[in-house]
Design a protein around this ligand. Structure first.
Ligand code: PLP
Ligand code: TYF
Length: 396
């Protein structure tokens, strides 16, 4: 049965983790996978999460099956977070939101639904993008192409190229957009540029799928979410995937969502019924714990305030590390102006280092980033930053 089965390639990022774990270098630093670590190099367990879990432990409840679309109070909290409590799309009932198994699950539910809806559509993702975007949409049966995004020579977004590619796309093309904190480059587009993207999506009749895996890591929850409101204000039917993996430091709980903005309440109900079929035939219904924790935090004023504070601390610490990296590289003797690192946003920095340099960082210094030169700034801390700067200075 399995004689012809070929060995599949490893995930380029998660595969690095295995390599890192096997490395015996005592100074090793993992800047590969996109995970936030605190200044002690520890994966944080947020206080708001602990408080919510303690309250749940004090009042244990049985774990029945959840509804197919998840915990109702979770779904409504996601809607409020993504669209705003007073948003017309929410109050009029024209958003269908389902709890998903992480942001990945949200993307996959959306992809499967879109494939049934519009089987001949093409998908465009940014060049470059998170590796899994291509894999998810390809496995859902789509042909996946790219729109220009990164301008390596000038270390910025090639916005003219991006816009030209969107304007050349066939009507119905599904365009996957990073709502904020672009992974892997760390370069977002400006508000004016978003307005032009929205114009292109509208005039070309494209389908925008906004992936929001880092809400709160850019400028703030509201600020990062504002782009969604602009698509809504343009009267577009959009898809939004949400991930709480990073913002709640709940990676392993797999908490996410998919929201679809329909034209009216009746349409939203029909869309929801189809999303439920996708979920039902994949994993039946979502798991309870992570969704219950996030719902408890988002629906309690004090816990919610605590979450915003803790998320703010993560955001501020990453920004401080960007500055320390720029300063540290200069102090370590790097001649090139590295200040572009502080203009990037979110958890990642496209460093501009070559594959050879990234491989040397790994083999000679135990400093792990991806071959494309991406480094997770959120894994730097006051103890490892000097070592990392010296290692980079040695290979450039
Ligand atoms: N989208 C992007 C751009 C990501 O970087 C990630 C990271 O994991 C995800 C989606 C998936 O999120 P999750 O881990 O919640 O599935
Ligand atoms: O880009 C990253 O590093 C994160 C984590 O298949 C991740 O988004 C990486 C690869 C993957 C799933 C999550």
């Amino acid at each position: 049965l399995f004689t012809a089965v070929e060995m599949a390639p490893r995930d380029p990022i998660l595969g690095l983790n295995d390599q890192f774990n096997a490395d015996t270098n005592p100074n090793k630093v993992n800047l590969g996978v996109g995970v936030y670590f605190d200044d002690n190099g520890k994966l944080p367990l947020l206080k708001c999460v602990q408080a919510a879990e303690k309250a749940m432990m004090d009042k244990p409840t049985a774990r029945g099956y959840l509804p197919i679309d998840g915990i109702a109070s979770y779904d409504s909290a996601v809607k409020t977070l993504v669209f705003g409590a007073d948003s017309e799309v929410v109050t009029s009932g024209r958003v269908a939101t389902v709890q998903a198994v992480g942001g990945t699950g949200g993307l996959k539910i959306g992809a499967d639904f879109l494939k049934k809806l519009n089987p001949d559509a093409k998908v465009l993702i940014s060049d470059p993008s998170w590796e899994n975007h291509k894999a998810i949409f390809t496995n859902a049966g789509f042909e996946v192409g790219t729109y220009k995004y990164y301008d390596a020579a000038n270390r910025k977004v090639n916005f003219d190229g991006m816009l030209a590619d969107l304007n050349a796309a066939a009507p119905g093309t599904i365009v996957v957009l990073h709502a904020c904190c672009h992974n892997p480059t760390g370069y977002d587009i400006t508000a004016e540029q978003w307005a032009k993207v929205i114009e292109a999506v509208k005039s070309r009749d494209l389908v925008a799928f906004l992936d929001m895996a880092y809400q709160g890591f850019g400028q703030g929850l509201k600020e990062d979410g504002a782009v969604i409101g602009k698509f809504v204000a343009a009267g577009l039917n959009i898809f939004v995937s949400t991930s709480f993996s990073k913002s709640f430091s709940l990676y392993g709980e797999r908490v996410g969502a998919l929201s679809v903005v329909a034209s009216d309440k009746d349409e939203a109900a029909r869309v929801l019924s189809q999303l439920k079929i996708v979920i039902r035939t994949n994993y039946s219904n979502p798991p309870t714990h992570g969704g219950a924790v996030v719902s408890a935090v988002l629906n309690d004023a004090a816990l919610r305030a605590q979450w915003e504070e803790e998320l703010g601390e993560m955001r501020v610490r990453i920004k401080a590390m960007r500055q320390k990296l720029v300063d540290g590289l200069k102090a370590a003797g790097v001649k090139e102006d590295m200040s572009f690192i502080t203009t990037q946003i979110g958890m990642f920095s496209y460093s501009g280092l070559s594959k050879d340099q990234m491989m040397r960082l790994r083999s000679e210094f135990g400093v792990y980033g991806t071959d494309t030169g991406r480094m997770c700034v959120a894994a730097l801390n006051s103890k490892n930053i000097e070592y990392v700067c010296k290692a980079i200075a040695a290979v450039v």
